[in-house]
Design a protein. Structure first.
Lengths: 491, 102, 479
């Protein structure tokens, strides 16, 4: 049995092969582990590779197949998990020193669902600390390098999740998106990634950054792979009180359904003068292709877009300052070596354990929640948030899906934006509004710059409108071959 | 007129139990000032009677049955404890009553 | 006395531990007294990634409490995070309710030295309890999270209380109420009923409230009285000196009988409340409220009024009967099966039944030796005259020991009082004939000797003579 060519392989192909006994799950795992061993030193995608666990799991899948039993939809498919998903018995750090050595006694719902479907977790993927960042440079351990250009960032905060799929260090991965942290790295790494409707995918076992904005979601090389993964992880979870009870849609099927009769809105606020010309050209090209495929283009407006980034940074930092209060050295994680009082225990532990970006956001979040400031800042932000959500509700009366750029630029150089946090925040301009509104949004590759850097197209749907998004995404992908391009393996 | 001063950052850092070095405080004051200036733009928007959006889901709080389920074992609960004594988590001496919220 | 110049204005914040089987936001057991850290889960340990899920029974208990005190139950209420750092608070915040609590308004009625009082409530809301810190003599403390996540209601009163004694009675009334509702065992010593007191003084007749001090660490009804009395005296002294009372928190020290200021040094508490994003708003609809209302037992004050009113019981007896739900339920069940006056039934319960149980809650046990209907039967037998009071006491003792019914004992052992006048007459004549000296002395004026003759007749008849009949016959025979 020849070992499968895993570079650029799709999830469906790999799983089909395992079920048909074309190859063994163990062979798949070895192929990916081999690539990781050879290449990840240059890329930095994995914080932890669980070779033993993956091999054990693969052998179990192979035994199941040999015994004639169904190994599951994702039979033997090697996947990576952003290190924000709690994994029982396997270190989970959220990219932070304050959780170095933390071994959870329980499993996140989504990683359990993937395993139950036969997928094999290869390890934990690098990320910006506590999901705060857009370049994966805020990881406490090491940065991630963009497989398309090692001197550039992969995007963030799910940088490892995006880069590992791009470099075929796993067949698919899970990340989280709070203000763009799946879509933006997907865009910068030339892969597909989706932020589902808020509540569509359980947050139980997802280390919290901003509770009302955190969305776990899948990465894949193709939109079909993303749809397949989403079908497995989505659905109601009684352990998450914000989990949507409605049945999971047929996302994989929707990818093939075509977009006849669909109206695609183009919000004027997202394609403004002064955009990066290459990004604009690629995105407009994609929109034109979608129109040629039979969609009706509708000019629309999301009038409160200009307030989205400010609103996002008010809401997410407030919630983050609260969610990060539990890291105090008492029950788990880093604890300062010497503390003569409780106050010292807390302040030194947290001062030592948190990196710059979490500290910055904790301070900002604490500031906006202080009594006397609440109404003017956080209270106000929540009202603006509703206006932003109302913009989307109104626009989806006129169209089925929106098409926009994902990121204002392609991948920038490592270190380029470290000096100015505000600059980094402003790059989230296209992704934060759908997160605030909780509507589903996907990014897929729609072109490359002259420097061979990927450019992403963002498709946004109404709440629980993932199928509409996949219809458009699937059709566009059929008419393009950006997704077939693969980066060179780092030498 | 700067929106935030180093003393205020110190106060907030204390509230958040974050020990910051003087350099960090200085740098952070500067950065937060710029960020706050940008964030202040939301004040320009008239939100009138708009309801605050605290949740992105349209449903009410789900409820669960009052059925006890097996707990973590003591070992599981304590396995990550940086400092423990028998079945307890250990912390520096607490002055009774001080610092307690309720 | 300087205190007399001032009127004490007191409000209490009471926390009640709700007796659900699992915690408010997670499914660990709420069992008390287990090995430390053996009843925890990711949620109540505050592990990264854990999420709260609300317990229906906890909400129901709070709704019933709100209805029992006449609060308005919000159709939709919200949870909020209350932030502070402390080792027993695993998440670094408590999930509580701030701007939109479950219940608003309401009042608690009770009696102080026989007089009716009514204290209005501001609100009742739900929250989770913290773990427990244990201190030893070395430089460290220990934390047990078994209690973390146990459900609490916080009951906030208006500052309607005017004395330490009233505060203690208010606390007792709350205890009786929560036990009557079956939602908590209301035990102050074990911490399932806790209170903080806000105390201020003002001159009599003044309208404006004085500056208040908050008292904490009050662990028994006795402490409620002592701590508040002490605080009233302390503030009076301050005001008499022309100084201002400082708004602060003071910790009661029961050993030394005084309070110490806990004024926080660097940072005042800023709880930074905001709506809990992990829990959507809680809806309690009319159906739920009506079902809860229908399930309410008759409440202590209402029962008290019925017992002292229509049933004519004394204040003291009514007080004992309404002190626990199980006693009142027992009484009501017995009374509905009993033709005798309520007063007699009350006596039997208070003097005989309660004397034989260590804990009044045993009255609800399925294996109680003398259930209410059995007591009713016995009391009716006395009322009918079948048993004398003394005989009945013996029978009761047998009933309790042997779990038998009165009617059955009377029949099988001929315990009944003999009322056959003919038979009694015979015995009386016999006794009179046998005691000529005593007869002579009685006729000479020693009226007290009647008892002697009655005793003799009783002895002859094995204690079963109807005493009234024997009395009448003897009086006639002795002239």
């Amino acid at each position: 049995m020849a070992a499968p060519q895993v570079k650029g392989a799709s999830i469906a192909e790999l799983a089909d092969g395992v079920r048909a006994q074309k190859w063994k799950a163990r062979e798949l795992v070895e192929s990916y582990l081999d690539r990781i061993a050879r290449l990840d030193g240059r890329l930095g995608c994995y914080l932890l590779v669980d070779a033993d666990g993956a091999r054990r799991r693969a052998d179990q899948i192979d035994a199941t197949v040999a015994a004639g039993r169904d190994p599951g939809l994702l039979a033997g498919v090697p996947i990576g998990l952003k290190d924000i998903f709690v994994t029982r018995g396997l270190q989970t750090t959220a990219g932070s020193k304050i959780l170095r050595g933390f071994v959870p006694p329980y499993e996140s719902t989504v990683s359990a669902r993937l395993a139950a479907a036969g997928a094999i977790a290869l390890g934990k993927l690098n990320m910006d600390e506590f999901a705060m960042g857009s370049s994966n440079e805020n990881s406490a351990f090491k940065p991630v390098h963009n497989p398309w250009d090692l001197e550039r960032v992969p995007g963030g905060s799910s940088g490892g999740s995006a880069a590992s799929v791009a470099a075929s260090l796993c067949a698919g991965s899970l990340g989280t998106d709070t203000g763009g942290s799946i879509r933006q790295p997907a865009s910068l790494c030339g892969v597909a990634g989706m932020k589902p409707t808020y509540g569509r995918v359980s947050r139980y076992g997802v280390i919290a950054f901003a509770s009302s904005l955190d969305h776990p979601g899948p990465f894949g090389r193709t939109v079909e792979d993303v749809a397949t993964l989403l079908e497995v992880i989505a659905g109601h979870d009684p352990c998450d009180a914000t989990s949507i009870p409605s049945p999971v849609g047929r996302y994989r099927q929707a990818c093939d359904a075509g977009l006849a009769g669909m109206r695609v809105g183009v919000p004027e606020e997202y394609l403004q003068a002064g955009m990066d010309p290459e990004v604009e050209a690629a995105v407009r090209g994609a929109i034109d292709e979608i129109a040629r495929a039979g969609a009706k283009l509708v000019p629309v407006s999301l009038p409160h877009t200009q307030y989205a980034v400010a609103t996002y940074y008010l809401v997410c930092t407030a919630e983050a300052s609260s969610n990060l209060a539990r890291y105090d050295g008492v029950r788990y994680g880093h604890r300062t070596a010497e503390a003569s009082s409780l106050e010292e225990l807390y302040s030194k532990t947290r001062g030592e354990g948190f990196g710059t970006e979490p500290k910055r956001r904790i301070i900002l979040g604490t500031y906006v929640l202080r009594s006397g400031y609440y109404e003017a800042y956080y209270g106000k932000a929540l009202r603006v948030r509703r206006k932003i959500a109302d913009d989307f509700r109104a626009v989806f009366d006129k169209c089925d899906v929106l098409a926009t750029p994902t990121s204002p630029t392609a991948a920038f150089k490592l270190g380029e934006r470290q000096a100015d946090p505000l600059q980094m925040y402003l790059a989230d301009i296209y992704t934060v509004a759908p997160a605030l509104a909780g509507v589903p949004a996907l990014s897929q590759c729609c072109g490359f710059t002259k420097g061979n850097l990927p450019i992403g197209l963002q498709l946004i749907g109404p709440p629980l409108g993932e199928e509409a998004v996949f219809r458009v995404a699937g059709e566009y992908q059929r008419r393009s071959d950006w997704h077939k391009r693969l980066p060179e393996d780092p030498s | 007129m700067p929106r935030i001063q180093p003393d205020e950052v110190r106060t907030i850092a204390a509230l958040a139990r974050l020990r910051l070095s003087e350099t960090e405080i200085e740098r952070m004051t500067h950065e937060l000032d710029a960020i706050l200036e940008y964030i202040d733009t939301v004040k320009n928007l008239d939100t009138g009677n708009t309801e605050p959006m605290t949740h992105a889901v349209p449903f009410d709080c789900p409820l669960r049955q009052d059925k006890p389920k097996p707990s973590l074992s003591v070992e599981e609960a304590l396995q990550n404890a940086p400092r423990r004594r028998d079945s307890f988590f250990e912390v520096p001496r607490i002055v009774p009553g001080a610092g307690e919220g309720s | 006395m300087s205190v007399d110049r001032y009127e004490a204005v007191i409000g209490l914040e009471v926390h009640v531990h709700l007796a659900s089987r699992s915690k408010i936001f997670s499914s660990s057991s709420t069992a008390f007294g287990e090995e430390p850290n053996s009843c925890t889960d990711p949620v109540c340990l505050g592990l990264p990634g854990a999420l709260p899920v609300l317990n229906r029974a906890v909400v129901d208990a709070a709704v019933r409490l709100g209805l029992a005190v006449g609060s308005h139950i919000r159709p939709r209420c919200r949870f909020a995070r209350k932030h502070y750092f402390y080792p027993d608070l695993p998440k670094g915040f408590q999930i509580s309710q701030y701007e939109e609590p479950l219940c608003e308004g309401g009042a608690v009625e009770f009696r102080v030295a026989g007089e009716s009082r009514r204290v209005r409530l501001t609100r009742i809301h739900l929250e989770d309890d913290a773990g427990k810190n244990i201190h030893d003599d070395s430089g460290v403390s220990f934390v047990d999270f078994n209690r973390a996540g146990v459900p609490l209601v916080e009951i906030v009163s208006e500052p309607d209380i005017r004395s330490a004694e009233e505060a203690a009675e208010y606390m007792r009334a709350l205890r009786t109420l929560v036990r009557m509702l079956g939602i908590s065992d209301g035990n102050m010593e074990e911490g399932s009923l806790r209170c903080d007191a806000n105390v201020s003084l003002r001159l009599h007749g003044a309208e404006k409230l004085g500056t208040k001090a908050e008292l904490k660490n009050i662990n028994s009804f006795k402490h409620v009285r002592e701590a508040i009395e002490h605080e009233i005296r302390r503030q009076a002294v301050v005001l008499d000196r022309g100084e201002a009372v400082v708004q602060e928190t003071r910790l009661w020290d029961p050993e030394r009988g005084l309070s110490q200021s806990m004024r926080s040094k660097e940072h005042a508490h800023d709880y930074r409340y905001f709506p809990e994003p992990d829990l959507p708003p809680l809806a309690v609809d009319q159906d739920w409220i009506e079902q809860a209302r229908a399930s309410l037992p008759e409440l202590p004050e209402s029962r008290y009024r019925r017992y002292t009113g229509a049933l004519g019981l004394s204040a003291q007896d009514a007080g004992v009967l309404t002190s626990e739900r199980e006693i009142a339920d027992y009484f009501d069940a017995a009374a509905s099966a009993c033709a005798a006056p309520a007063k007699k039934l009350a006596n039997w319960i208070i003097n005989e039944v309660l004397a034989r149980v260590a804990d009044p809650r045993a009255l609800a046990a399925a294996d109680l030796p003398v259930p209410p209907v059995a007591l009713a039967e016995l009391v009716d037998l006395v009322e009918k005259g079948t048993l004398s009071g003394k005989l009945a006491k013996d029978v009761f003792g047998r009933m309790w020991q042997e779990k038998r019914r009165a009617g059955e004992i009377v029949v099988s052992e001929s315990v009944a009082v003999v009322s056959d006048a003919g038979l009694i007459e015979e015995i009386c004549q016999k006794v009179v004939a046998a005691c000529p000296d005593e007869v002579a002395r009685f006729r000479a004026g020693q009226g007290k000797l009647l008892g002697f003759f009655v005793g003799k007749v009783m002895k002859e008849m094995g204690g079963k003579a109807n005493p009234k009949t024997a009395n009448e016959i003897l009086q006639r025979l002795l002239g």
